[in-house]
Design a protein around this ligand. Structure first.
Ligand code: GDP
Length: 305
């Protein structure tokens, strides 16, 4: 089954990895949010792309779910000693990724080309595409004013109350080469359990993406279980915006595009309120087997509907 997965960082990477371990590589394309990208210390940093690639390449820190396993921190410690900005943690191995990506982009390569090269070096089978080669920057509007995404997420630890989002550059940006084609060729589109507001919405708001999904079979996995996230601010964002955080709210978020929806066993009582076919299963991916099991159940469920 030719599949396109839309993904943000940690939640997205886990299901993308499950799908990657189940499907032939040529049948899977993963489209990754770049709204969180930013420039720091002169480096181009693409947190969600890195999380997805490190996960697929088995290089990721399994505890944090982002960054590199067995990381060392000489660079950050020495930057601290110099009084440099250390609010964004960059380990030594991770630093090589950012430096090389920045060098290649300064030499004229597009983010999608750099990503392709990195995937080759890291022996990643499925195609990983940034959502766009054009800059799109997520802005979080809050009671403390408008904050660049990483400022809200890392520096302010998601504490400000969110009043809305903007995606700077979204009108001009076009999907990266291959994104619309992959959707067009796909039998199945999976929205990974990523943050609907800041990981999936930026992809959906890109020119042509929503329309390309109109005749496609789309399934989404809720990143909210029993009203809470496994990690990150998605539930708080719903709350700040006056919406009760729940899998049902995630369903409502996407309902105009979805054909089916996945909720966790722990939310089984919500199934009757969902107006599409719903898969109720374990969606908490603690290990690789959980990821593969969820990916398999999704594929089986979609083949039946
Ligand atoms: P970020 O950019 O690193 O925050 O990553 P994402 O947007 O991809 O993922 C954040 C979301 O992933 C959060 O809302 C989490 O609740 C969700 N998430 C993380 N791990 C899991 C999991 O194992 N199962 C489910 N259902 N959701 C998860």
């Amino acid at each position: 089954m030719k599949t396109v997965a839309l993904a943000g960082g940690v939640g997205g990477a886990k299901l993308a990895d499950g799908l990657a371990n189940l499907l032939p590589s040529s049948d899977l394309t993963i489209v990754v949010n770049t709204g969180d990208d930013f420039e720091h210390l002169g480096l181009y940093i693409s947190p969600d792309l890195d999380t997805v690639c490190y996960t697929l390449a088995n290089l990721v820190d399994p505890v944090k779910g982002w960054g590199r396993e067995n990381e060392t921190w000489n660079f950050l410690e020495n930057l601290t000693a110099l009084g440099g900005p250390t609010w964004f943690q960059i380990g030594d191995k991770d630093l090589a990724t950012h430096i090389e990506r920045t060098r290649m982009m300064k030499a004229g390569q597009r983010l999608s080309e750099v990503t392709k090269q990195f995937c080759k070096s890291w022996l990643i089978g499925p195609r990983v595409l940034p959502m766009s080669d054009d800059p799109v920057r997520t802005i979080v509007n809050s009671d403390e004013g408008s904050l660049a995404f990483q400022e809200y997420f890392v520096a302010r630890r998601c504490e400000p109350d969110v009043t809305g989002f903007e995606f700077d550059g979204i009108e001009k940006a076009v999907p990266a080469p291959g994104v619309l084609e992959a959707i067009k060729d796909a039998d199945l589109i999976v929205f990974c359990p990523s943050n609907p507001w800041v990981s999936i919405d930026p992809i959906l708001k890109l020119k042509g993406v929503r329309r390309s999904l109109e005749n496609k079979f789309v399934i989404a996995v809720s990143p909210i279980i029993q009203g809470k996230t496994i990690k990150g601010p998605a539930a708080k964002m719903y709350q700040d915006l006056g919406v009760e955080p729940s899998a049902l709210s995630v369903f409502d978020h996407y309902s105009d595009i979805l054909d089916t929806f996945v909720i966790d066993d722990l939310d089984a009582n919500l199934a009757e309120k969902i107006t599409t076919p719903v898969l109720v299963t374990n969606t908490i991916m603690k290990n690789r087997q959980d990821r593969i099991d969820l990916a398999r159940k999704i594929i089986e469920f979609c083949s039946m509907h």
